[in-house]
Design a protein around this ligand. Structure first.
Ligand SMILES: [Zn+2]
Length: 393
């Protein structure tokens, strides 16, 4: 076993408030910043954190030469296993065509038609792309298969690259079931779910709850699907309140979901339900950027005491970015989050939805991201500049 000392860290963000002195408060205190710091890692774990003038012996040394180090970004909402291209749909939308979820069928057809190796190659390239931008942990959903065999195949491919896999058979009702939605809900909650559970193919179940879209699921359908998943031992995530006000957020809170994602259109009851629940509100502002919808109001959620996460929703239809730094910059500029709040939401916040600590501390996984900048403030201060990359993992 060899140990590595990482030194020359101008600013270390730990997300461990024990490191914040008494003079630091509010949003910055949660980041647990250590100035002029060092970290020792061994066998993929952090074994020491502290000031650079007190470092222990180590077998090797990496000098980051005055850069900042932050916890590896946690992208807790992606749809990375797919084939095909919907850039034409994006161009049409920018020219004024509305989005209602119907384009997912295009990706389902392309994905069903691709071989395992084609999908594996596309997925590997996307994983490499997000690592180059500082993401250490990624959640991946199925949802472009929508048959038993195709959903299992996507879950299996996702499981090859991450342990954080979500069954999204209820992404949309596939075209072949358009005339009999109830039959598709029975398929998802019956033999499809049974096969997912039998193969231990996913830890979570998710549903696109959006009564405004003819392709997505109503409140009653979503509740039936999530309950079946919960009864089968899966934890719950929800796509809710993306296209307009709706029942998704309250349903997620009622079900004790780990996360409800989008949260673009919220009323007072939604915010109160989130504040009273353990459910994290995951905001995906890359979607609003790419669809020209209004942005969610992060300020309102944070001021109400709601736990907030940030993720990309990387998918070929509504948001084809894999960049957490881009999402952080959007959150600061458009969602009125402070740079500290946005970084915390993109690390500890999104980690919370996956049952992970999302911090740099002794005994935790050594997921470290280095910024080609002296401070985390540069993530939003220098939008579009490739500052972040994973240092380890
Ligand atoms: Zn999504």
């Amino acid at each position: 076993m060899t140990s590595t000392l990482i030194t020359g860290i101008a600013e270390l963000v730990t997300n461990d408030p024990a490191w914040s002195g008494s003079g630091v408060s509010g949003d910055v205190a949660r980041l647990g910043i250590v100035a002029d710091a060092a970290v020792v890692i061994e066998a993929g774990r952090v074994t020491w954190v502290g000031a650079a003038d007190a470092v222990p012996q180590a077998d090797s040394r990496i000098d980051v030469a005055g850069r900042a180090v932050v916890p590896g970004f946690v992208d807790s909402h992606t749809h990375l296993v797919f084939a095909g291209d919907r850039s034409g749909e994006f161009a049409a939308r920018m020219a004024g065509t509305a989005y209602d979820g119907g384009g997912i069928a295009t990706t389902v057809a392309a994905t069903r038609g691709a071989s395992d190796d084609e999908l594996r190659g596309l997925l590997a390239a996307r994983i490499a792309e997000l690592r180059r931008q500082g993401t250490a942990t990624v959640e991946i959903k199925s949802g472009y298969g929508l048959s038993i065999d195709d959903e299992l195949r996507l879950l299996r491919l996702a499981r090859e690259v991450t342990p954080h896999v979500t069954f999204l058979g209820a992404h949309v009702v596939p075209a072949e079931y358009a005339a009999d939605r109830a039959a598709y809900v029975e398929l998802v909650t019956g033999p499809m779910l049974a096969a997912v559970v039998a193969q231990r193919a996913a830890a979570y179940i998710d549903v696109f709850c959006e009564p405004r879209s003819a392709h997505a699921f109503t409140e009653d359908e979503a509740r039936t699907i999530l309950r079946a998943g919960q009864n089968a031992g899966l934890a719950v995530r929800v796509h809710g309140n993306q296209l307009g006000p709706g029942p998704g957020v309250r349903l997620a809170c009622e079900m004790g979901a780990a996360s409800v994602d989008h949260c673009t259109y919220l009323d007072e009851a939604d915010v109160a339900a989130l504040a009273d629940s353990g459910t994290v509100a995951t905001l995906l502002p890359g979607v609003e950027f790419s669809t020209r919808h209004p942005y969610p109001d992060a300020r309102r959620l944070l001021d109400a005491g709601v736990s907030v996460a940030l993720a990309t929703d990387c998918n070929p239809g509504t948001c084809f970015t894999s960049s957490m730094p881009f999402v952080i910059a959007l959150a600061v500029r458009e969602l009125r989050m402070t740079p500290a709040e946005a970084l915390y939401a993109a690390t500890a916040g999104s980690a919370q939805t996956l049952g992970l600590p999302g911090r740099i501390a002794v005994g935790e996984r050594a997921d470290l991201t280095v910024l080609d900048a002296p401070s985390h403030l540069h993530l939003a201060y220098r939008p579009g500049v490739p500052l972040a990359s994973t240092l380890t993992s």
